[in-house]
Design a protein around this ligand. Structure first.
Ligand code: NAD
Length: 250
């Protein structure tokens, strides 16, 4: 059992699907109170009912991570619903808008910057302000991608945003370390989720050949790392980016 999770309030962005959903379920199993945040109301309700069916405590908040007022509203409502400050922030919200550079549209570029970079900025800033105001120590875990470390044809927008998230989180770690707030980035390789399911079969085949483990990861194989970085078992770990990629790109 990880220490320092029980009774804490965690806000999980992207909790309606994939990695974020599994992290939310695991945090609830560690007796965290969990605020579930996502654009997808239906997905949120499914996550909520799975947590409730196991006796976990959670509340859902529909919103867009790229909109300041939505994130602020979710943080404020989670705080008042559970009557405590959220001290764990998990950001797994994400989309892809793939196209080769020569064909990429402004819309494809902007929507990725908005969801991933602006979303990470807003989520981290608003969560951190809440913690600083309450003089509470805490942990924020953002999500990068192996594409942000080695690039990926067809993902100039996504890989640029994901590289930015790693640098942003390191800077946040430097600024907020003195206040007892940690910030780290988890860097997934290819993990079986609805996002990865949308990858064309020939690209999937190529990825499998490049991955020493010879398969995609499962969400359960990455979610424990989010919980560890949120917990008091990792109190001296900040500013790192940790790959969970089955050996891809080592
Ligand atoms: N699955 C992979 O192979 C993989 C690889 C590298 C990085 N990632 C990253 O991991 C994170 C989780 O991805 P996943 O694979 O679980 O995908 P997913 O599609 O299963 O889940 C992403 C969730 O984010 C939500 N979301 C999207 N835009 C949002 C917005 N603007 N505001 C709020 N919520 C929003 C979606 O509704 C969805 O529920 C993402 O940041 C993704 O870029 C995934």
């Amino acid at each position: 059992m990880l220490s320092g999770l029980s009774g804490k309030l965690a806000l999980v962005a992207g909790a309606g699907s994939g990695i974020g959903k599994t992290v939310a379920l695991k945090l609830a199993a560690h007796n965290c109170k969990v605020g579930l945040f996502d654009l997808n109301e239906e997905g949120l309700e499914k996550t909520k009912s799975e947590i409730c069916s196991t006796g976990g405590l959670c509340a859902s908040f529909v919103g867009d991570i790229s909109k300041r007022e939505h994130v602020q509203c979710a943080v404020d409502n989670a705080s008042s619903h559970f009557d405590t400050t959220p001290t764990i922030g998990i950001n797994c919200a994400g989309i892809t808008r793939d196209a080769m550079l020569l064909k990429m549209t402004d819309e494809q570029w902007d929507s990725i910057m908005s969801c991933h970079l602006t979303g990470t900025f807003l989520f981290t800033q608003i969560m951190a302000r809440q913690m600083v105001k309450a003089k509470a120590h805490g942990s924020i875990v953002n999500t990068g991608s192996i594409s942000g470390k080695i690039g990926n044809a067809g993902q100039a927008n996504y890989s640029a945003a994901k590289a930015g998230i790693i640098a942003f989180s390191k800077t946040t770690a430097r600024e907020l370390g003195p206040k007892g707030i940690r910030c780290n980035t988890i860097v997934p390789g290819f993990i079986s989720t609805p996002m990865a399911d949308a990858i064309p079969p020939h690209i999937k085949q190529m990825v499998l050949m490049m991955t020493p483990m010879g398969r995609f990861g499962e969400t359960a194989e990455i979610a424990d790392l989010y919980c560890f970085l949120a917990s008091e078992n990792s109190t001296f770990i900040t500013g790192v980016d940790i790959e969970v990629a089955g050996g891809l790109a080592m």
